[in-house]
Design a protein around this ligand. Sequence first.
Ligand code: 4AD
Ligand code: MG
Length: 480
Amino acid sequence: MKHTAISQILKMEPSLHEVTVKGWVRSFRSNRFIAVNDGSTIHNLQCVIDFSTFDEEVLKQITTGAAIEVTGQLVESQGQGQSVEIQASSVRVLGTADPEEVKLTILSPKRHTLEKLREQAHLRVRTNTFGAVMRLRSKLAFAVHQYFQNNGFYYMNAPIITGSDAEGAGEMFKVTAMDLKNTKKTEDGKVDFSEDFFEKETNLTVSGQLEAETYAMGLGKVYTFGPTFRAENSNTSRHLAEFWMIEPEIAFCDLHGNMDLAEDFIKYVVKYALDNCQDDLEFLENRLLDEEKSKPQAERSEMTLRDKLSFIVDNNFKRVSYTEAIDILKRSKPNQKKKFKYIIEEWGADLQSEHERYLVEKHFKCPVILFDYPATIKAFYMRLNDDGKTVRAMDVLFPGIGEIVGGSQREERYDVLKEKMKAMDISEEELYWYLDLRKFGTCVHSGFGLGFERLVQFVTGMGNIRDVIPYPRTPGNAAF
Ligand code: 4AD
Ligand code: MG
């Protein structure tokens, strides 16, 4: 039988016609009111039953967590906060949920901590918070594609298994071929993985950039949107070992064009969320307001979640060179300096996230694009400036998040690139195909990478990156 999404039902007028919904029981009160949610919206649909006409065996099975099908007339609701409800003529239990077992899970109707929800990652999408976050994540992914497709970019899939280290940082997961049925055993009975499937060392990609560059050199404007992997041992609220990255790459575009693109793109997707995800944003905003109440008055944020998102859409990002940023940090007041774990003494030092957050949250009070970094702290592929010591790199820094985008204009000159690779000990043989681009019609080109989870974090206001991806992978945690 056909059923209708609750998000649709809630927009309908009361009618004599019957409707059918399928979903999961959130609560069942007074043997009369069933709150059902089917994942299509943050709102539950109230279904009212006349228990005297229902089979007692069926009634017993309508418990929190059970999957049910309800058919009935859509009538005006007497309850608060909803315009319609279903006057149920039939209820079918499609899948039961034992109340004793439910009690032991996060499906039980009480407040659970986010840590507790993480322990039951397979069930947490049934909670209001995760339902809202995951719907937003999906909508943001759609907006990402829409933006690039509307602006003449082609979607390009970079390989997941690669033989190169795009960032040259050495933080990679190795790929090992296994065929457990046919694999030989070593003398002591262990599986022998020594067979080399690719006949060379391979790893999971840390970035699709280098391959995206090859495609930009034929298609003009491309973007990737795929999983990337980093074996960096950072147990922070902003790092994952597996995260999704969006990487546009544009031929005939310099660093300034790259900054314009990053700003326009971010504003577009944030505005898309504001315009299309109002109910979920309202829920998440209230969740944050509750969280704020537990903080001392002085630490409470004056802006609501939607204010923060609108601020991004309506204001220009501040563009500041690395050199200017260092001067600002050096000039910061002594009591601010005391708060830094690392004090920036010299030009050339890498900024820590505490410095980035100071610049964004305290000094400029808006998103900042830092550019022209020292060559020594950035990757080999970035375009060397005429000063011989800085490269055309850019990082977009966001309030509450820190770095959300990293990008650059690429070194398009064959000889300069070759020299830099040599100086940084990057194998010319391994990357011959990348160098080739500079031999056959090279051109000024640029691109950037945006960490999708950091964007979702910003838009949903979630404090920990583990709570914006269905199955987070972090050091010591890949349970299932
Ligand atoms: O700054 P990154 O390392 O830049 C690159 O990978 C370039 N190849 C991108 C390019 O120019 N095409 O990473 C880009 C972004 C960061 O700004 C951050 O948002 C995100 O990827 N990111 C992570 N997100 C979650 N967990 C991690 N461990 C991340 N590492 C980087
Ligand atoms: Mg970076």
